[in-house]
Design a protein around this ligand. Structure first.
Ligand SMILES: [Ca+2]
Length: 402
């Protein structure tokens, strides 16, 4: 979904350095990752970040500052990168080769967590290649108010764990406290609004490629990490990022149209996100209770007993009007499509990601020979621009974790 939130602030000048107070607080969480942290320019903060990560069970390395991340750093063995651009915000830009490396890293299944001012500086020419992985849309607006107010929007069990629906933090200033984006990119989630100055995107995330990215609109410094809820959100977010990494991608090998008529394309068109689409249109449906477009997509997983599995599509309606898309997964233990691994959402003319996540155990959605089958169905839910409307799919695949 694309979110747009009204009000805007009007601070356009560059944030500058200010001192912050050192305090440390942390508590434990499961599933240890190996995290590469770009140096903040403040060694005490880097130590605090590493201590916070260690208390949550993660190993970390403080690496080079973002502006020295030049493509020569090995990310081999790291599950995620925490990109900081705060105390060293305006020293220089991240070299293009470093941006390309991070982009490829996320595309290939790595995790990325970002805090400010990485987004802010993209409006001043930084990270023009990397910024496409950021779930929030860049802005030069920022807040000079120390109070950070979070309000939950898109619910997520990992992100929201142990946190109230609304909470406040006394933030950290490095020339300002937080960026004030009003939009996220299509398909990204707004986990929290930032509401001190209006309704801005305070915290966002999405799956990109077969990796995952989360973005804080705040400067994350000593105050943020010393705050019980700030620290919790920081740790939860990293956990959420880690939960989205390590995926293997399984492409479609076959499609079977159960209802509808193929108007364009073939299975080859749904193996890459490239604008080439497989288009199926409503045909003749005597009974409106039946989804007029019903298509099964099959593939082969090399992982037979996955810990996690999801079926993901990227598509849109070719026709204007009101429609819904339902995704579900074939459960081999019952020999039918699952009644619990089901997702329905509204769809329109804009390309969007949709996904259905396997409920436990995910292994029931993989046959003994590795066969996986996902299904998409499209219903008309209101007026439509054409009687024989069409849905087009650019990509369908599975993300599977061993
Ligand atoms: Ca395609």
């Amino acid at each position: 979904m694309t979110f747009y939130y009204g009000l805007s602030m009007n601070c356009i000048t560059s944030p500058r350095n200010l001192a912050a107070v050192f305090v440390l607080a942390c508590s434990a969480l499961a599933f240890g990752g190996h995290i590469y942290v770009t140096a903040s320019g403040n060694p005490a903060l880097d130590s605090t970040v590493q201590a916070t990560l260690a208390a949550a069970g993660h190993m970390s390395v403080t690496g080079v500052p973002f502006y020295q991340f030049d493509g020569t750093v090995s990310l081999s063995g790291f599950n995620a990168v925490y990109l900081q651009q705060n105390y060293n915000q305006n020293v220089a830009q991240m070299p293009l080769a470093g941006q390309q490396q991070l982009l490829a890293y996320v595309n290939a299944g790595g995790g990325l967590m970002v805090s400010e001012w990485a987004l802010y500086y993209t409006t001043f020419g930084h990270c023009q290649t990397l910024k496409q992985v950021f779930p929030s849309v860049e802005t030069s607006n920022y807040s000079s108010l120390p109070l950070i107010s979070f309000q939950k929007v898109d619910a997520d069990l990992t992100i929201n764990s142990g946190l109230p629906d609304t909470f406040q933090i006394s933030g950290d200033s490095v020339g300002g406290y937080e960026a004030l984006p009003t939009l996220v990119r299509p398909g990204a989630k707004v986990f929290y609004l930032s509401t001190t100055s209006g309704n801005f995107v305070g915290h966002s995330g999405w799956d990109f490629g077969i990796g995952r990215v989360a973005q804080f609109s705040q400067v994350i410094g000593f105050n943020f990490l010393a705050d019980a809820e700030g620290s919790r959100l920081f740790r939860n977010t990293l956990q959420w990022v880690l939960n989205g990494t390590g995926n293997a991608q399984v492409n479609a090998t076959d499609v079977t149209v159960r209802l509808g008529r193929v108007n364009a394309g073939s299975v080859a068109d749904i193996n890459a996100l490239d604008g080439q689409v497989f288009q199926v249109c409503k045909f003749i449906v005597p009974n409106q209770q039946v989804a007029p477009v019903t298509v099964e997509v099959g593939g082969t997983s090399s992982v037979i007993v996955p810990s996690q599995l999801k079926f993901r599509t990227y598509g849109r309606m070719s026709t204007t009007g009101l429609f819904s898309l339902t995704l579900d997964l074939y459960d081999w233990t019952i020999g039918a499509f699952s009644t619990t691994a089901v997702m329905t959402k509204n769809v329109n003319n804009t390309f969007r990601f949709a996904e259905v996540v396997a409920d436990a155990p995910a292994s029931r959605f993989v046959s003994g020979s590795g066969r996986v089958v996902g299904r998409y169905r499209v219903h008309q839910t209101g007026p439509a621009g054409a009687a024989l409307w069409c849905y087009e799919l650019d990509q369908a695949n599975w993300l599977i974790r061993p």
